[in-house]
Design a binder for this molecule. Structure first.
Ligand code: FES
Length: 146
């Protein structure tokens, strides 16, 4: 597990987290390359199925990064996103998976350093948790077929 490099999907709101990531880049604040950013117009557009699909496709962790509470450009998209993330966490718990594989994070466009720190901390957390359990199941199934 020492060499485990997690694949992490970050659904980032165009107005805040995506801009914060950009700011981190322009300030040359580095963050782990494990983070695959998917830009969304608002985190309210991220549905539970998108998070589950990312996990099904092998992401070891997924987070949704939206505007600060009360600052969503579409009124309450980030509140809906938080509710959906919590819904997925409850589902993962039922499956016996670690709920920490999925998270909701809020930030503003000016929080480039926070974006980088969050990306680092989330990557470290997923490294501790280990690979997505679905990879193990897929490997087992492939061995059974061959
Ligand atoms: Fe950023 Fe809605 S516009 S979370």
């Amino acid at each position: 597990m020492e060499n485990f490099e997690p694949e992490i999907v970050a659904f980032c709101c165009h107005y805040c987290a995506y801009t914060a990531a950009d700011m981190a880049g322009s300030k040359r604040i580095s963050y782990p390359p494990n983070i695959k950013i998917i830009r969304v117009p608002c985190t309210g557009k991220v549905d539970a199925i998108h998070i589950m699909k990312a996990l099904e496709k092998g992401a070891d962790g997924v987070y949704v990064a939206g505007c600060l509470e009360g600052d969503c450009h579409f009124k309450n998209g980030n509140t809906r996103a938080r509710y959906r993330v919590e819904h997925v966490q409850r589902y993962l718990e039922e499956l016996g998976w670690e709920t920490e594989r999925v998270a909701m994070i809020n930030m503003s466009a000016g929080m480039g350093e926070f974006f980088a720190r969050t990306a680092l901390e989330f990557t470290q957390k997923i490294k501790q948790l280990g690979p997505n359990p679905i990879k193990h199941i897929k490997d087992k199934n492939q061995k059974a077929v061959s």
